[in-house]
Ligand binder design. Structure first.
Ligand code: FAD
Ligand code: SIN
Length: 544
């Protein structure tokens, strides 16, 4: 089966939906998304969107804070665009119907939160459910639009490029371009060929490659893995951000305790009540995330304790309940009243700073393949993302990509290429789904234990040996059994693990989120540059 449209959008978080809403005035749009439309990291965002909205704030300050967090690796042009376009994009969201929090003392002025690394209050939020509010308003607008078709429970398997179909075109070269994607309809078990003039990759991040993560189950790095297999440039995958404060509770599945809690005065403490962040950073509990996560990791290893504590018991109870209703209810459901007892917290994988390399218009090195959001690497974040700059990045660069993609679409003739249907070869139904779950578990444990907050050459080598074996095993399994969404995601997280290890092994220094005890210092002479992954034979999209 074949489906055609002018724009194919893969993913329905803030990046995919906002792009679709902009381009739908110029052509037909199909959005494929692998679960329900709203299921995305966007939906779970708590803190908010950083943007210069206050009179005492300035673009210069937001730019300076972003560059400082990024530890010398941000693309300064991208940061300037991010910051200066922010207020307009936030206002657009409000026009679409997103209801953000306003000040109690002045209902005409947005209430602005504070988070780590920010020198000013600049976080636009809807209490502590900002992402759900954004997702709601975007989906509402998309569903009203007859030019946009949303296909839920459709998981993209691989991009279709001219280079894949025509041996005379080198994959990933300047002559190569994307023409669509193979997508599995999960309900019917059928693989569909989607053809389009433009493909917009908006599949989000890859937190699920780690055992402990704040990310929802969709975050398996599919877009990065698909783009990599298709010859796109992938950069800076070593910079995985660990959020310092996820709830420590067997039933909480790494539920996030927003950085805004520290922004409103929350204090990090050890089990005996002592504070410790003042020993690690001049900004104390409001230091950038890399510093806080490393400090917690160090203290936990030193004491042997399972967690540290985030204390808001000194703040007024009703204010805490009003500002953080979701977090308050979650803690209470687990028997903890955060206004009375400190919250047990641990760091967990949270954000993928690297990804598919794009220019300032969301263009990748593959013709007509655009990308924005967490899957992409515009390099606004450099070696460490500043809190609440991610929703903003997705909005700003999806907007910029939409402008360029519309022009590109208009000059692209409709292709009349015969796409070979998905070939199942001799694949049979798998009777061993336990293999998938075992491999999945082993990858996530390996990454957590050896490629986590603190790395070493020995640990990276150990991880590489294991992931190499798993890649071979998964490849064989992938071609022998009929494809399922579990298998697609397993193949992708193995590829992501390989990419993170590759980039981490390349960077022989410590900077931002990448800390290697064998090279404990930052080395600007040799390493003030990005890492670029190489397409390995193991990861290639060919039969073993
Ligand atoms: P997502 O919102 O993750 O959307 C990805 C979409 O792609 C999903 O619909 C998914 O189902 C779909 N998809 C994935 N693979 C496939 C496939 N193979 N086929 C089809 N569809 C696919 N950032 C901030 O700036 N401020 C915050 O306060 C904040 N809080 C956060 C809190 C949590 C708990 C988390 C997890 C993240 C938070 N972040 C925050 C980060 C931010 O939410 C994400 O970076 C951002 O939402 C990413 O948006 P996106 O559109 O790129 O991807
Ligand atoms: C948070 O609310 O702490 C998450 C903010 C972010 O990831 O930017």
């Amino acid at each position: 089966m074949e489906i055609r449209s002018d724009f194919l959008v893969i993913g329905s978080g803030i990046a995919g939906l906002s792009f679709a809403l902009k381009v739908c005035k110029y052509g037909s749009v199909t959005i494929v998304t692998k679960r329900d439309c709203e299921e995305s990291s966007t939906k779970y965002a708590q803190g908010g969107i950083a943007s210069v909205m206050a009179e005492d704030d300035s673009y210069e300050l937001h730019i300076k804070d972003t560059l400082e967090a990024g530890a010398g690796l941000c693309n300064e042009d991208a940061v300037k665009l991010l910051v200066e376009n922010g207020p307009e994009r936030v206002r657009e969201l409000m026009e679409l119907g997103a209801k953000f929090s306003f000040r109690e003392d002045n209902g005409d002025v947005l209430a602005l939160g504070r988070e780590g690394g920010h020198s000013k209050r600049r976080i636009v939020h809807a209490a502590d459910f900002t992402g759900a509010e954004i997702e709601r308003s975007l989906i509402n607008a998309v569903r009203k639009n007859s030019n946009i078709k949303i296909l839920e429970n459709h998981i993209a398997i691989d991009l279709i490029t001219k280079g894949k179909l025509d041996k005379n075109i080198t994959i990933g070269s300047g002559d190569d371009s994307v023409i669509g994607a193979y997508v599995l309809d999960k309900n019917k078990g059928e693989v569909i060929s989607f053809l389009s003039k433009i493909v917009f990759l908006a599949t989000g991040g890859a937190g699920k490659v780690y055992l402990y993560t704040s990310n929802p189950d969709i975050a398996t790095g599919d877009g990065i893995a698909m783009a990599y297999r298709a010859g796109a440039k992938i950069s800076n995958m070593e910079f995985i951000q660990f959020h310092p404060t996820c709830l420590y509770h067997p039933e909480a599945k790494s539920f996030l305790i927003s950085e805004a809690v520290r922004g409103e005065g929350g204090i990090l403490r050890l089990k005996d009540g002592r504070t410790f962040m003042e020993n690690y950073h001049p900004m104390g509990c409001l230091a950038p995330r890399d510093a806080v996560a490393r400090a917690i990791d160090y203290e936990m290893k030193k004491s042997g304790d399972d967690c540290v504590y985030l204390d808001v018991t000194h703040l007024e109870g009703y204010r805490v309940r009003e500002r953080f209703p979701t977090i308050y209810k979650k803690c209470l459901s687990l028997g903890m009243d955060m206004t009375k007892t400190p919250i047990p917290v641990v760091p967990a994988a949270h954000y993928t700073c690297g990804g598919v390399v794009t220019d300032l218009y969301g263009r990748t090195n593959i013709g007509r393949l655009y990308s924005a959001g967490e899957v992409a690497c515009t390099n606004v974040h450099g070696a460490n993302r500043l809190a609440s700059n991610s929703l903003l990045e997705a909005l700003v660069f999806a907007h910029r990509a939409s402008e360029m993609a519309v022009q590109d679409m208009k000059k692209t003739p409709s292709e009349d290429i015969a796409i070979p249907p998905w070939n199942i070869g001799n694949a049979v139904d798998s009777d061993e789904s336990v293999v998938v779950s075992n491999n999945w578990d082993e990858i996530r444990r390996t990454m957590w234990n050896y490629v986590g907050i603190v790395r070493s050459n020995k640990r990276l080598n150990r991880a590489k040996r294991r992931i190499d074996i798993l890649l071979d095993e998964i490849k064989e399994y992938y071609w022998n059994f009929i494809i399922t969404s579990d298998l697609i995601e397993l193949r992708n997280i193995a590829t992501i693990a390989d990419l993170i290890i590759q980039c981490a092994m390349m960077r022989k220094e410590s900077r931002g989120l990448h800390y290697n005890i064998d090279y404990p210092r930052r080395d600007d002479t040799n390493w003030k540059r990005d890492t670029l992954a190489q397409l390995t034979t193991k990861a290639k999209n060919t039969k073993p």
